[in-house]
Write a protein that binds this ligand. Structure first.
Ligand SMILES: [Zn+2]
Length: 355
């Protein structure tokens, strides 16, 4: 549980945290520098394939998933209506924003999942913590599906609101990592501080080059060619050293199938994951410099809660991110989730001055 933030302030939500635990346990080559052009173009990739099957998870599993949301973001949730009738459940945020668990839209393509997700979609691709031995399957991008109104409600509804919530994090001060701006809400900045401290104390000297210098945190902007805000807009993501990172769009310029590549060592990844950060190196649309605070996907109880549904695309398994380039052979379930539509990645990686 180290580093996880769980509500204790609001009694109703604290109860949800408790029931969550009970319910989950009981049943349930040279690297190109990022350039401006890919920030403004839309590339057609990943055409064809089938729409994702919209098989709903079992009710108890869906309730467990919903409770993962309330456990990880409870301080910002006023109530959950119709929790037991989960298909009709509505999460009411503290600011009054109402977000449906299911929007009732069947047969979304992968692009629609990114553009028009509901909260169930946000939880629908399971994040696999720890080491993995295989590359992600097609469109296996755990964490890239985000309900924007949800994040706006918690971290700031517009650029200025987010900026008002940013605080300074000294990044690995023993090694002169500089200062980063990060959102203080929901324990995000504290989680980044914990990552920093742990890396500062324990990361072997020969691995420091992967995490210093960093390449940016807060950057309010939309993902190129989409109406979606980058998660960097909320001050919730940090990019580590671009020079040792791989990004699917860069790879795609040389190989349209953008075979998986990574050089970031697991020693770095596991520290971030321990404190609630997912890693873009576990995405089919890989972005190995990118770490993003998403405690709902890494809460230990939630990892246990959701292993049996067909909507879940993978289980945790061994993974050595420093392993050789791996083929992106899609599994059967991955092919099912492949999209007909254009897929556009997160394109946050403009260098930013620290602080
Ligand atoms: Zn990033």
């Amino acid at each position: 549980m180290t580093g996880y933030h769980c509500s204790t302030n609001a009694s109703a939500v604290a109860l949800l945290c408790l029931t969550l635990a009970a319910g989950c346990t009981g049943g349930r080559g040279p690297i190109e520098e990022p350039r401006g052009e890919h920030l403004t173009s839309i590339e057609q990739i990943d055409k064809g394939g089938e729409a994702r099957p919209q098989k709903a998870p079992p009710i108890q599993e869906a309730i467990a998933e919903l409770r993962c949301i309330t456990a990880a973001y409870g301080d910002f949730i006023r109530e959950v209506r119709n929790e037991q009738d989960v298909a009709r459940a509505v999460v009411v945020m503290n600011d009054g924003t109402e977000i449906r668990w299911e929007d009732g839209i069947e047969g979304k393509t992968f692009e629609q999942l990114l553009d028009e997700p509901d909260l169930q979609d946000q939880m629908s691709i399971r994040y696999p913590p720890g080491r993995r031995s295989e590359a992600p399957g097609i469109n296996d991008d755990p964490g890239r599906i985000r309900v924007e109104s949800f994040f706006k409600s918690i971290y700031g509804a517009d650029k200025q609101a987010v900026k008002d919530n940013l605080v300074t994090v000294d990044w690995m001060p023993r090694h002169g990592g500089g200062k980063l701006r990060f959102n203080e809400r929901n324990g995000a900045a504290d989680a980044l501080r914990a990552v920093s401290s742990q890396l500062d104390e324990g990361l072997p000297e020969d691995l420091l080059r992967y995490v210093i210098p960093t390449a940016g945190t807060f950057n309010w902007r939309k993902i190129a060619g989409t109406a979606r805000l980058s998660v960097h807009s909320f001050g919730l993501a940090v990019d580590i050293n671009v020079k040792h990172s791989d990004y699917w769009r860069w790879t795609m310029k040389r190989n349209p199938s953008h075979p998986y590549r990574n050089k970031i060592p697991f020693e770095v990844v596991e520290v971030f994951e321990e404190h609630g950060f997912i890693w873009g190196g576990k995405w089919y649309h890989f972005d190995t410099m990118h770490f993003e605070y998403r405690p709902e996907l890494l809460h230990p109880a939630c990892l246990r809660a959701t292993s049996s549904s067909g909507r879940r695309t993978r289980r945790p398994g061994p993974f050595d991110p420093r392993g050789p380039d791996l083929p992106c052979a899609p599994s059967r379930s991955h092919r099912k989730r492949d999209s007909r539509a254009t897929t556009r990645g997160d394109l946050p990686h403009k260098k930013q001055p620290p602080g």
